[in-house]
Design a protein around this ligand. Structure first.
Ligand code: CDV
Length: 313
């Protein structure tokens, strides 16, 4: 049995506010068909890939807010993607804004799904690390209202058996947190899929504006290496509704090396051949967690230095 998964890194350029779901799905289909011609088993789309990234502006009415969310998956607009997946025998990863009726109320999440080559949903993840704030900030060049529009994901960081390996998902800001990778690393993850909408400018930390691409690579390469996993990070890039977003979507091997990278800020497909067996030597030697991780000592060090208080426990 082969353990090579050929992955399409399907970066999107900007999506305008006026663009309809069916129009966006046509763009996604074009990338999927290109990926299928290139021999891909799986195509990875970005975070919130069906619409413009609406947390970048203030939305007042509930009806208007709901219009940016999907209440069912698949739905009529997205069904052609599922049909194409089945026809082309190719899986996909798709980020979208989700409304779910749970606990007797309407809940909103920033969600991603993993679909197999039969067009069946095999995994769902809801973003845990929501950046930004819950109230508009007058005077800022754009908003970051994820904390207002989404609840913290309630599905943890699971890992699914899929595509001949162990597959996990995270979304955008999750990639900056080592815990996201490690929770999956402890479950033996071999292929981590993630999408992002990352503005070049960070109004809260303008001094890091020149470092956006570097930090993007830094966290994903470290996460891949330290957990012996492939990481596929896919952007919605370019200037979207006045917000300039980074690109450099890429595939990273367990060595931490970038093995494929997008070179534009538009719709673009790059293909990465991911031999999941390359994860084995990392998982059984330098990052053999069972053998070398010493969690029982970490607690002592935190207690002795008081770092637990400093870090909020
Ligand atoms: N969509 C995101 O989660 N974006 C954040 C930005 C706002 C810092 C990110 O971590 O890229």
């Amino acid at each position: 049995m082969t353990r090579v998964v050929t992955v399409g890194v399907a970066q999107l350029g900007p999506i305008s506010r006026a663009e309809s779901r069916p129009e966006v799905v046509q763009r996604l289909l074009a990338l999927m068909e290109q990926a299928a011609r290139g021999g891909c088993d799986l195509v990875v789309y970005p975070e919130a890939a069906l619409t413009a990234f609406f947390p970048h502006w203030t939305i007042e009415g509930e009806q208007e807010l709901d219009s940016w969310f999907e209440t069912a998956m698949p739905n009529a607009a997205v069904q052609p993607l599922f049909d194409a997946a089945r026809r082309l025998r190719i899986g996909f990863h798709l980020g979208y804004a989700e409304i779910a009726m749970e606990e007797g109320r309407k809940r909103r999440f920033n969600t991603a799904i993993l679909v197999d080559g039969n067009g069946e949903i095999v995994g769902k993840y809801r973003k845990i690390h929501l950046p930004g704030y819950d109230a508009p900030r007058p005077g800022e060049p754009f908003q970051n209202l994820e904390k207002r529009y989404f609840e913290v994901g309630n599905l943890g960081f699971p890992v699914w058996p899929a595509f001949g390996g162990r597959v996990g998902m995270m979304i955008c800001n999750d990639r900056r947190w080592p815990e996201s990778y490690r929770v999956m690393g402890l479950q033996g993850v071999e292929l981590i899929l993630l999408g992002y909408n990352t503005p070049v400018h960070n109004p809260a930390m303008p001094e890091t504006d020149d470092l956006g691409n570097f930090h993007n690579r830094l966290v994903m390469q470290a996460g891949a290496y330290q957990n012996g996993s492939f990481v596929i990070g896919v952007a919605k890039a370019g200037v979207e509704e006045g917000v300039d977003q980074i690109g450099q979507s890429c595939a990273i091997a367990p060595s931490g090396e970038v093995i494929a990278q997008c070179v534009t800020l538009g719709d673009e497909l790059q293909i990465a051949r991911c031999d999941l067996d390359l994860c084995n030597s990392y998982k059984t030697s330098i990052f053999n967690f069972a053998k070398h991780r010493r969690t029982e000592h970490y607690g002592l060090i935190v207690a002795r230095t008081g770092a637990g208080d400093m870090l909020g426990g």
